[in-house]
Design a binder for this molecule. Structure first.
Ligand SMILES: Nc1ncnc2c1ncn2[C@@H]1O[C@H](COP(=O)(O)OP(=O)(O)O)[C@@H](O)[C@H]1O
Ligand SMILES: [Mg+2]
Length: 265
């Protein structure tokens, strides 16, 4: 995945939502873009999946490649099976009556045969812990399960790149912990790019973090190297507490803090 000197301005807007973004991601792993509301997270996600400029009208400058495809000129259809995407409003995208239909839909659209569809749907549903929900109605799902169904739906075509816009936004603590672990597991064998504001459960699991501010990348690095540059954005409370107490390398999660304390006391 390559982004070089990307500028994006929505039609009718005065300012650029993204300015001079350059990113190169070549290896499987978990990459997180963090930043306050309005910093450009969803805009970048929409460019990577071709929704900008094909659904959202905007002026786009710069170079973008995702698995060899240029989403800006080719549009979302060219990325089916290449990029899985879950928007920040999954309820708008989960449209089928039942969970089974939701997961079968992308496969049917690609012309996959019935038996193979059933096999693939089962496999993905089992991997995401929703196999017991295949006949459930999507409108009856809790936030945590809806999020899992949306992720499963993005994964049925087994894309090498998965893009998740605020996957933890509407989950409770338990749901956020579970979905974070799931995301980490998925990142072992593919490129997973997460755009997230809520970092308590996820930051410690990331391989690389990009900090967005006003449409620019203001810092990037391993989580422990950028956490001090993120204090005014949103870092896990535990990291903030240690950082404000003067620790150069604050623990990034409660587990790390417990580990640290039990080794020093
Ligand atoms: N559909 C849109 N049309 C016009 N401006 C938009 C649209 N979506 C977002 N913006 C503007 O682009 C900037 C970046 O927004 P966004 O990418 O949604 O940030 P984030 O996801 O980090 O909250 C903001 O100034 C926002 O108001
Ligand atoms: Mg957003």
């Amino acid at each position: 995945m390559l982004v070089r000197n990307l500028y994006v301005r929505y039609e009718g807007a005065r300012n650029f939502a993204l300015s001079g973004i350059s990113v190169e991601i070549t290896k499987p792993g978990l990459y997180i873009f963090v930043g306050p509301s309005g910093s450009g997270k969803s805009t970048l996600a929409r460019v990577l999946v071709g929704l900008i400029p094909h659904l959202y009208r905007a002026e786009v400058r710069g170079e973008v490649r995702v698995c060899g495809v240029d989403p800006v000129s080719s549009g979302p259809a060219a990325l089916a099976g290449v990029v899985g995407y879950v928007s920040q409003n999954p309820e708008l995208f989960v449209t089928a009556l039942t969970v089974f239909e939701e997961l079968a839909c992308p496969l049917a659209a690609m012309g996959v045969l019935r038996d193979e569809i059933v096999r693939r749907v089962r496999e993905v549903a089992e991997a995401l812990g929703i196999a017991h929900l295949l006949s459930a109605r999507t409108v009856d799902l809790s936030g945590g399960y809806l999020q899992r169904v949306a992720i499963a739906s993005a994964l049925v075509l087994d894309p090498p790149v998965l893009i998740l816009d605020e996957p933890l936004a509407r989950l409770d603590k338990r749901g956020a912990v579970d979905v974070s672990r799931l995301i980490r597991r998925l990142a072992e064998e593919r490129i997973v790019v997460v755009f997230e504001h809520h970092l308590d459960e996820l930051l410690a699991l990331a391989d690389w973090v990009f900090v967005l501010r006003d449409g620019r990348i203001c810092a990037s690095g391993r989580p422990r190297d950028v956490v001090r540059q993120m204090l005014d954005v949103d870092v896990p409370e535990i990291a903030e507490a240690f950082a404000l107490a003067g620790f150069e390398e604050p623990p990034l999660s409660v587990d790390e803090a417990v580990d640290y304390v039990s080794h020093t006391v």
